[in-house]
Design a protein around this ligand. Structure first.
Ligand SMILES: CC(C)(COP(=O)(O)OP(=O)(O)OC[C@H]1O[C@@H](n2cnc3c(N)ncnc32)[C@H](O)[C@@H]1OP(=O)(O)O)[C@@H](O)C(=O)NCCC(=O)NCCS
Length: 260
């Protein structure tokens, strides 16, 4: 196994989170590619894990915390670490040490870039990206927002713990229509998938359903809302992780429509 920096030849599969085999990932559109082009200039770093045959089996992406969903200074924030774990496509590479190797490489790189520590998000429960995995690697809880735990590992004593930027705003219902509001940053295909499903459902249902996209790629817009990605039907947030199916989103919008 070896860890390499992302190079042009792997950009496409990186933008598909190594899941080019999945029809679902295609539903996410090209938002991650557009985000990647922006994030490159904001100090985004990407490393890939290759197995002995050269298959790309894992990835980690991190960037200065100033460009992340958390507040802090001097830290690098891990947006995502993913070792391909499905049987489909390239296969399951988890529990072979790749995740640990990716994390160690990212930490060493961040140190070399002058970072004073690392931050990462994890889920408090044992699914998806578990906060407990980071705990095993020396990270501690800095903050919590619902199930989302903000973990961190300072490299020195002087570093201040990061905090979550919290939701600040939500859309208000409007008379005579159903307003579907999608906040979109583009960094996560799972979130972009929900966004695109909602857009499609809104367009297919009824002219009284209005879809509004809020691009949180603009940092000021993100800070105004306090969320990078979210879906609202009128004023109500739709749970977006794990991504709800198209039919489920459509049914939720339709239910509101019938109440008009
Ligand atoms: C969390 C994650 C990155 C860890 O990667 P990994 O390659 O499986 O991690 P490691 O192999 O380094 O460590 C995992 C476990 O395997 C064990 N392990 C490490 N090397 C091993 C080896 N050679 N043989 C057997 N076990 C091994 C470790 O002790 C560890 O044990 P634990 O399960 O008790 O913690 C990976 O499981 C993953 O991608 N999960 C999904 C995360 C996700 O959803 N990411 C997307 C967020 S947007």
């Amino acid at each position: 196994m070896k860890i390499i920096d992302l190079a042009a030849e792997h950009e496409e599969i990186y933008c598909q989170c190594l899941e080019e085999w999945s029809d679902e990932i295609k539903e996410a559109g090209n938002h991650k590619r557009l985000w990647y082009e922006r994030a490159k200039d904001q100090g985004l770093r990407v490393k890939l894990a290759l197995d002995d045959k050269g298959t790309v089996a894992g990835m980690i992406q991190y960037l200065p915390i100033e460009h992340s969903p958390a507040a802090g200074a001097g830290l690098h924030f891990i947006l995502c670490i993913w070792v391909h774990g499905y049987k489909q496509g390239r296969g399951n590479f988890q529990k072979k040490g790749m995740g640990t190797a990716l994390l160690e490489a990212a930490e060493a790189d961040a140190k070399e870039l002058g970072a004073s520590g690392m931050a990462a998000w994890g889920v408090a429960l044992p699914f998806w990206m578990r906060a407990s995995w980071f705990r095993k690697h020396g990270y501690k809880k800095a903050d919590k927002l619902g199930m989302m735990v903000l973990m961190w590992k300072p490299f020195g004593a002087e570093t201040k713990a990061p905090t979550w930027i919290r939701p600040k705003k939500k859309p208000q219902p409007e008379a005579g229509k159903v307003v579907v509001t999608g906040l979109l940053n583009g960094w996560c295909p799972a979130m972009s998938m929900v966004h695109e499903r909602a857009r499609r459902a809104a367009a297919e249902l009824d002219p009284r359903v209005e879809f509004r996209e809020v691009s949180t790629a603009d940092r000021d817009v993100f800070l105004e809302w306090g969320m990078t990605d979210a879906l609202f039907i009128d004023g109500k947030a739709v749970r977006s992780g794990p991504p709800p199916k198209y039919e489920k989103i459509k049914k939720k919008i339709d239910r509101k429509l019938k109440k008009l």
